[in-house]
Design a protein around this ligand. Sequence first.
Ligand SMILES: [Zn+2]
Length: 264
Amino acid sequence: MISIARRRVISSLAEYIANEYFPISEILPERIADDNQISYCYGEYGDSFDGLIEHQFGDFHIYINLTKVNHPTSTRSRFTFGHELGHYFIDEHRIALASGETPSHPSINDFSTKNSVEQEADFFACSLLMPEARFRADCYGQPISKELIQRLSKIYQTSITATLLRYVNIGNYPLMVICSQDSRILWHWKSDDFAYSYLKSMSGKVPRYTVTGEYYYGRKKYSSSEQVFVEEWFTYVDVQPNTCSLMEECFYFDTLKMVLTMIW
Ligand SMILES: [Zn+2]
């Protein structure tokens, strides 16, 4: 994971750029590219990448793959564009591109990457599209809920996943987000102040006696947050069984057999 210090640097850089161009309105990555003489195009490029930035003879060009992002104004397209801009605006990334050390950067923005360069560009995209001060103000005094995340995602025109990632980093409640598909845990994030770290997961599967587990093993969906005992999700917890509970709420994506779980 990216260090706290590094996140601060990237978030400030992205927020500065966002406020320079769009101090009060929605962030439009294309306009930022235009103003920095970064050319770009949208096309159907098959399944291989979401976005890519290339450097040739001093010029940068961004490709956005409509096969993956669907439409130039989709939330995934906006995030991909922000991610590629991250490779331009973060000094180390741009210098590596310009020197030919990394001639191009094909990126797949499904949030599962363990590559630190890709994680930094993802973090830049979140910070650019959801500038810190504005995002904090919109969260202020609001309890965490599915509705809040949906509202924020609408305000910033970002996907639920990207909005959750931003919330994990700068939201006002300690939160863990778990992405699972077909009952298998794909990845998880947690805020720095979230108290538990070790998921109780048998061979990568979602634990049965959780809200998410009920969806996979019992086909049951909940429309609001539910209490769940800490030990159902986590191991190495220093509490008596059935005494300490957390709240759990899910975003269900039936066609993908996928769930984004929020635990706080
Ligand atoms: Zn990338």
